[in-house]
Design a protein around this ligand. Structure first.
Ligand code: FCB
Length: 453
């Protein structure tokens, strides 16, 4: 047995998202979001489930805070639902929406927990989607306005913020593949959406800085460690292009004011809708890079020409390789992926401050006769990935915190309630929460700031 100590002051937390846990989708003046619309569209979500109630955290957030206190955690990543603040995506703030997040963050602070909100975890006001959504340039200005409203109201006591959650996932899933809201399958709209999101990132960043100079600002990027399917030079090149597309399409514009060279035939300037001056506008020199990572990706070269928009690369089984065990979602458990990406970003971007903003696993283990959830595979998952974080820190990565995805079993997007990622079990009939064995174990690691391996 070895004891791995984490740096002094390392943050231990969990991450959640508004639509996945809050419920109360029509309360206190909240407007409709693209996820409200999408989940109520027949055939979109497994079993016709919706997030109408989810974990009812809008009303039960004191229980959520109590669970975190019980575990001894000191950081809570949650997200702010844009349509609670601006029901139609524009205009003055809805005070009741702001009040909810003020109560939540003040109660967190009183419990010794850092409130660590994300401004956008996918619930775009439906009115803005109706006006064109993320492919529409005006959405960037709308987003910056919303971001400023929120930090003007809450930035007196909430000091650490994330702008976006997983810009690659919400543009790919929402506009290219269509299995997430708003459910479009339109390659041209997808490409434009990625550029508008990059512009929105830069504009929101500047709006936040201008509103308050004392904030710590980052974004949570979805990351994966890309590995070639074979030793061939073609697969090696394809793997690098896939890395640039998944891991850097939003990170490089923010930190370097340029797109990564992901397309073998050059950047599709026109398809992206790039105008003069945009590269400067995309810049967002964030104070920290948030890393969300679940597994690795094995990549091979794509056959044929593929046209000007092609990346010339194809992921094999996009949820990992075939050597590690799989979670209930089918994602491969591969802890080295987390070490690898933390070190790659450290090397390529001059050792930025990093936070692990999401990492976790779905296992459906149920309460036994005594009501205890013995989710031992989840404990092994976290042990492996936390050891990988520790190794990255030893090798020079400046990682300041770790957030387990997630506090509660919740509404897992298109999967509805079929995937349980929580450290606490939720009975979706009563919304009662019960800490799982993994939650107790994680709490002990957090309190000791050390991991036994
Ligand atoms: C991430 C999302 C998060 C959750 C996990 C499982 O892509 O950010 O909301 O769904 O996956």
């Amino acid at each position: 047995m070895a004891r791995l100590e984490f740096p002094k002051g390392f943050h231990w937390g969990t991450a959640t998202a508004s639509y996945q846990i809050e419920g109360a989708t029509r309360e206190d003046g909240k407007g409709e979001s693209i996820w409200d619309r999408f989940s109520h569209t027949p055939g979109r979500i497994k079993n016709g489930w919706t997030g109408d109630r989810a974990c009812d955290s809008y009303h039960r957030y004191p229980e959520d805070i109590a669970l975190q206190k019980e575990m001894g955690l000191d950081s809570y990543r949650f997200s702010i639902a844009w349509p609670r603040i601006q029901p139609n995506g524009r205009g003055p703030a809805n005070q009741k929406g702001l009040d909810y997040y003020r109560r939540l963050s003040e109660d967190l602070l009183a419990a010794g927990i850092r409130p660590f909100p994300t401004l956008y975890h996918w619930d775009l006001p439906q009115a803005l989607e109706d006006a064109g959504g993320w492919p529409h340039r005006d959405t960037a200005a709308r987003f910056a306005e919303y971001a400023e409203l929120v930090v003007r109201a809450l930035g007196d006591h909430v000091k650490s913020w994330m702008i976006f959650n997983e810009p690659n996932i919400f543009t790919v899933m929402g506009y290219l593949i269509g299995i997430h809201a708003p459910g479009r399958r339109d390659p041209a709209a997808f490409l434009r959406a990625t550029h508008v999101v990059n512009l929105a990132h830069g504009e929101a960043f500047r709006a936040l800085r201008a509103a308050r100079s004392d904030l710590t600002i980052g974004t949570a990027f979805n990351c994966t460690a890309c590995e070639p399917a074979s030793d061939s030079p073609e697969d090696a090149e394809a793997t690098e292009r896939w890395h640039r597309f998944v891991n850097e399409w939003f990170l490089r514009p923010a930190l370097r004011g340029e797109y990564p060279a992901a397309h073998p035939k050059g950047l599709p300037l026109e398809a992206l809708g790039i105008r003069d001056g945009d590269f400067e506008k995309m810049r967002a020199p964030v104070d920290f890079v948030g890393v969300n990572l679940y597994t690795r990706t094995i990549v091979q070269a794509a056959p044929g020409d593929g046209g000007p928009l092609s990346l010339g690369a194809l992921p094999i089984g996009p949820v990992g390789g075939s050597e590690g065990p799989r979670t209930d979602f089918g994602w491969e458990v591969w802890p080295n992926a987390l070490r690898d990406i933390l070190l790659r970003i450290t090397k390529d971007y001059d050792r930025p401050v990093l936070e692990v903003t999401e990492n976790g696993c779905s296992y459906g283990d149920e309460p036994d006769a005594q009501g205890v959830v013995r989710d031992l595979r989840r404990i092994e998952f976290y042990r492996g990935y936390l050891e990988a974080v520790h190794r990255a820190i030893q090798a020079g990565a400046d990682v300041r915190g770790y957030h387990a995805w997630t506090l509660l079993d919740n509404f897992e997007w298109a999967e509805g309630f079929a995937q349980r990622f929580g450290l606490a079990w939720v009975d979706f009939d009563t919304c009662a929460r019960t800490l799982k064995e993994s939650g107790r174990w994680y709490g002990q690691v957090a309190r000791e700031n050390a991991l036994e391996v």
